[in-house]
Design a binder for this molecule. Structure first.
Ligand SMILES: [Cu+2]
Length: 313
């Protein structure tokens, strides 16, 4: 995360000692940046609209019960009005989620009442275009009870966000109807972590054989569901919406609708190196960018999927 463009400040504040409850207030400020961004591993650039200058925007991670004090900064020099819609919030769509003009900011608070993995996105008109140009990100709300038998501690964690890529200049009305879609983005790039299908790809996800790998998956496509499947593996557990109470076991393919998040655990065989391909099994999406390689080998980079490095860039 680039600290000079993104002020994502965590501050602990103790409130209401009489209520015997310790509430933490987390300060989150995200600037909207309209800019040219590389959308594939070959360096092709396209005019995108972003939270914080990257796709997806900065990962926000809090604990259930935290209060998020959020500020959206629509930078001077931007051409569009923008807004912020946190799916983890219960507020007023006409108030907190209203659009702000370039040069203006908007501040609001909400409490993270439900644990899980949630999308956030811009909801300004035309919402289809704002999302399709990259205005989305992820907020993880960790359960207040921490890890448990139903929600064990993982060895590694990754965030994968699948989005659309439309031909540059596609009209908003066409975007809404999915006309002009040319590819799929994984964390902002076509075949981002797939050196098998893209010789320009330099990154893959990694783990050691037998490790529990947790994938926080968010579908940021505007119309298509994702049939998320780990080729050469089985999801050990799946938590719908990432809530520890919504646990399923031994799942092959799981449907993730647009604007939804699901948490997946995968455990590779412990006795040999293997590879998985984490795919959207809708082939039209897989073969246009939505394949992620997970390499399970003893030499796995110890920093990948650890110490806050959930979105390799
Ligand atoms: Cu926007």
């Amino acid at each position: 995360m680039r600290a000079n463009t993104i002020a994502l400040i965590m501050a602990a504040t103790t409130l209401l000692p009489s209520a015997a409850v310790i509430a933490r207030t987390v300060q989150v400020e995200i600037p909207v940046i309209e800019k040219n961004l590389e959308v594939d591993n070959a360096g092709k650039q396209q005019k995108m609209w972003t939270f914080g200058g990257e796709i997806p925007g900065p990962l926000v991670r809090v604990t259930q019960g935290d209060v998020i004090n959020f500020t959206l900064v629509n930078q001077k020099g931007n051409k569009q009005s923008h807004s912020m819609d946190f799916h983890a919030a219960r507020v007023d769509v006409l108030d907190e989620f209203a659009a702000v003009k370039p040069g203006k900011s908007k501040n609001f608070q909400f409490s993270a009442d439900y644990p899980g993995v949630f999308i956030y996105h811009c909801g300004a008109e035309a919402m289809s275009e704002h999302i399709a140009r990259g205005m989305y990100g992820v907020i993880i709300v960790d359960p207040k009870e921490g890890y448990s038998e139903d929600y064990p501690k993982p060895d590694r964690e990754y965030v994968i966000v699948q989005g659309d890529l439309f031909k540059d200049g596609t009209k908003p009305n066409d975007i809404t109807k999915n006309i002009g879609k040319v590819a799929n983005l994984i964390n902002g790039k076509v075949f981002h972590y797939d050196p098998v299908h893209d010789s320009n790809a330099s990154l893959a996800l990694e783990s050691k054989p037998g490790e529990r790998v947790r994938i926080f998956f968010v579908n940021a496509q505007i119309n298509d569901s994702v049939a998320f499947h780990p080729i050469a593996g089985i999801w050990d557990r799946v938590w719908d919406n990432g809530n520890p109470k919504n646990v399923s076991y031994g799942i092959q393919t799981y449907d993730v609708p647009p604007a939804h998040g699901v948490t997946f655990d995968l455990i590779s065989p412990a006795d040999r190196p293997t590879n998985n391909a984490l795919v959207d099994h809708q082939m039209k999406n897989a073969l246009t960018g939505a394949i992620t390689v997970l390499m399970n080998h003893d030499e796995a980079d110890p920093e990948l999927g650890r110490n806050g490095n959930l979105i390799p860039r």
